[in-house]
Design a protein. Structure first.
Length: 155
């Protein structure tokens, strides 16, 4: 089973502490590590597809629309200067979006003039244990994101 499927299974059995909300096409979660404060993910529900273009057009539009809502909620909740979006999948071949709130200087001297994609930063910095939110911080983050999501979904 893939890591994303494992995380979804944890959501279904109530043991994923990072879970925020279930939407029609996927699950919203706060990222385990928060070097980029507010880092969130949107996990597609179905493991059968590994590429966005494999979804039929109606499903693709629903998935992209929901991802966009999650990104907007993330921006509203955490107030970054810019949002970065990534749909990768070489490590975990399961459709999922990485939503990175970005601020000037958040990658330090990595990249060109201190700016660049999140992956300019060494992985060991992004995934360092000191970047994990405390249980209290995690609950606060989840509440902020859920509040913004529900406002946007109820418009």
């Amino acid at each position: 089973m893939c890591l994303i499927c494992d995380r979804i299974e944890m959501i279904k059995n109530g043991t994923n502490p990072y879970f925020v909300k279930e939407l029609e096409t996927g699950y919203v979660v706060i990222g385990d590590n928060q070097h980029f404060y507010g880092y969130s993910l949107f996990l597609y529900k179905n493991h059968d597809y590994t590429e966005l273009f494999q979804l039929d057009m109606d499903e693709r539009i629903r998935f992209l629309k929901e991802m966009s809502i999650v990104a907007e909620a993330t921006a509203r909740a955490f107030k970054p200067e810019k949002m970065n979006y990534e749909l990768l999948g070489m490590g975990d071949a399961h459709l999922h979006w990485h939503l990175y709130p970005r601020n000037k200087g958040d990658i330090g001297n990595y990249g060109h003039n201190g700016v660049g994609p999140v992956w300019c930063l060494p992985m060991e910095k992004i995934y360092a244990d000191e970047c994990r939110p405390s249980p209290e911080e995690l609950e606060t983050m989840k509440h902020r994101l859920l509040t913004e999501l529900e406002q946007l979904l109820n418009q």
